[in-house]
Design a protein around this ligand. Sequence first.
Ligand code: NI
Length: 421
Amino acid sequence: MAWFEKVLKDPVHDEILVDDPWIWRLVNTAAVQRLRRIRQLGTSYLTFHGAEHSRFTHSLGAYETMRRVLHYLQREYGWPADLRERRLALSAALLHDVGHGPFSHTFERIYPVHHEQWTQRILMEDDELASVLAEIDDTFASELAGVLRKDGRHPYIQQLITSQLDVDRMDYLLRDALHTGVSYGRFELARLIRSLALHEGTVVLKQSGLHTAEQYILARYFMYTQVYLHPVTMGSDLLVAQILRRADELWKSGQSVDMPHELVALFEGQDAVTVREYLAVDESTLQYAFHSWARSSDPVLRDLAQRFLERKLFAPIIRSEPSSEEWAVLRTAARAMGFHPDYYVCGRGSEVSAYVYQGQGIFVLSGGGSVQELSRVSKVVRSLNPDAEYCLVLPKEMLETEGPFQHRVRSVVSGGAPVSG
Ligand code: NI
């Protein structure tokens, strides 16, 4: 290969090095560039104002992390053995999130096709991306798709992309911690990379890296509890979900709703959506739709969209999931106060698990060559039991306005404390 080098400044890794012109061609495809218009953390910027970073920056960061991992593994273990395997690993890291849509996880609750499936389709069907992948050979794109759906054909690459010790998490924990401004997500990336080892088809952790790995698992735990599942973010996610639901219902029932043409295909029907139509939708499309809907003739859609644009979010309340009697009380109160209960009274359960043991744990390689699952060797990891909670959300007015129903709402809500924000 002729000499080639692009150095990109990065807030997490300092410098990202692209020394392969083929990788650079992938970076410059429209499908990858689109990720600049999708925030990495969805609506979290309404909670942490710094969380404006895009999935593009994370994709480059995952690529750079993989590049460093490969550099180390190549030196220590002679893997990857050839350029094709190396390119498979690097492109998998760069492209692993290419199927994400705007406000991904919220979107996926409404449209039942997941971003992983879109990633598969985009790799195979997007003309530009497919032609760059085909430069390697005819089977490269399908092998890459196989890595991303974990078909087991390239075990090391697969684990480095999706396991509990993968370049995706390593990058997003550090990046999300930096941009939200919290320090919980920090850990020593360079040391963690040097703690990796290859052992009989599995990427394992050296015993000497145990404490570095503990720090990484704790970072994940704190990022989940303090950032990803923040109650205010849960409230803004649910608000986006309700806006989309209302727009969808109006559209499907033939009522007037101002729909940007990029969104029409998605609202018309999931099965028929083409890759080109899907890629035309990003956060700018949705934000524009919210602007239009804030002037809708439908009072519910108009109010929900205005709330989002003006950050008049739902009030989140952490408590156990309400009983059917409690839901009935809240719905009656909402209706009496002028709020459509289907759109203004809702909630969501969530589970924090910093580390999953069964089937997919991290394995630690001792000096003697034996392998043990991480929670068996680490008291810290063992102590992190999964934790579940429920987040109920209501318009703030239902909690704050004095009136005959407020007392009843409060009695239900007092199962948990409203969170300020
Ligand atoms: Ni990712």
